[in-house]
Design a protein around this ligand. Structure first.
Ligand code: FAD
Length: 282
């Protein structure tokens, strides 16, 4: 680790803004978060209808601050020729980090593409570009919502790591035991790479509930009930959310998590509040 990095190995995820105001705002968020010396930033693709071109533009803008920035690249709906072109343009731009995903097709959109799963994408990237990219993949401590079983999903995760991924970033979760169990199972199956917990700060209950339903993240009943009770009192929601997520992060770090990856939703404050509550001496 370079001396410039935060001792906890943190990273922050953004989505590509679709307005000029959003792009300006993101520069400010990026600069504020860059002061925490993250290992990398990453920029999503596809979510909310964003295109690969917008992801790439956002990556180029974000990395101007000097922090490595990883585009998310998904294979669903693309053929190998398109993926090859994207990899070439990333390489030409000097990008060395990627988050490789299967992705999800927006409902009503046609075919799957030539590569069906993320393990096939990782294999393709390694075949095409050797060791050029540091590849991160997704992990699901509470199982991917489409997986027929926990075991099936775990085996598929292992397959993805064996295809040549360097690190994994988890879907967000609020139950530290789910992470520790997943970690133990993955280690027992030979995965040695870092598995970094993905952290979703809580600032808006309605949005959180919607996201969580879609991606299969469990909001424990005691958290849901408490958040529901606050109604539209956003100050109380934020204060409670900050406490819950800070405690979760501290427990993860105390239990040996190699870092934290924050889903920022292009906001600096919720992630910073959590970071400020943590003992950073681990
Ligand atoms: P996979 O690993 O391919 O798994 C998908 C499903 O298929 C799972 O149920 C798995 O068990 C099964 N499976 C996997 N391999 C096989 C196989 N070989 N044979 C049979 N079954 C198999 N979404 C976006 O749209 N844009 C983003 O930028 C984005 N970024 C993300 C970042 C992170 C860190 C995470 C955790 C998720 C992200 N997502 C993003 C969501 C992700 O695209 C969805 O969860 C998607 O449904 C699965 O992608 P995956 O790469 O995990 O797929």
């Amino acid at each position: 680790m370079s001396t410039r990095e935060h001792p906890l190995g943190i990273s922050f995820e953004f989505f590509p803004p679709n307005t000029d105001a959003g792009r300006e705002k993101l520069k400010g968020v990026r600069d504020t978060l860059a002061e925490r010396r993250p290992r990398f930033f990453s920029v999503t693709y596809g979510a909310g209808g964003s295109t690969q071109a917008r992801t790439f533009e956002t990556v180029k803008s974000v990395r101007q601050c000097g922090i490595d920035t990883a585009p998310h690249l998904s294979c669903i709906g693309s053929d190998k020729g398109e993926l090859r072109e994207r990899l070439d343009s990333f390489r030409e731009a000097g990008i060395t980090n990627l988050v490789a995903l299967r992705g999800d097709l927006p409902s009503g959109m046609g075919g799957m593409g030539e590569l069906r799963y993320a393990n096939e994408l990782v294999e393709f990237i390694r075949d095409e570009t050797g060791d050029h990219f540091q590849i991160a993949v997704a992990a699901y401590p509470e199982a991917h919502p489409q997986a027929p079983s926990y075991e099936h999903d775990l085996q598929n995760f292992v397959r993805k790591m064996q295809a040549g991924a360097d690190i994994a970033i988890t879907q967000y979760f609020f139950n530290a035991d789910a992470y520790f169990h997943f970690l133990e199972r993955a280690r027992a199956l030979g995965v040695e790479a870092p598995i970094v917990p993905g952290i979703m700060p809580i600032s808006n209950y309605t949005k959180l509930a919607r996201f969580s339903d879609a991606c299969g993240a469990d909001i424990p009943r005691w958290i849901r009930k408490q958040l529901e009770a606050y109604g539209d009192d956003s100050e109380s929601i934020q204060a409670f959310g900050e406490e819950v997520v800070s405690n979760l992060c501290q427990r993860l770090l105390d239990g040996g998590a190699p870092g934290l990856h924050f889903y920022t939703l292009n906001q600096a404050t919720p992630a910073l509040r959590v970071l400020d509550n943590l003992r950073c001496d681990s």
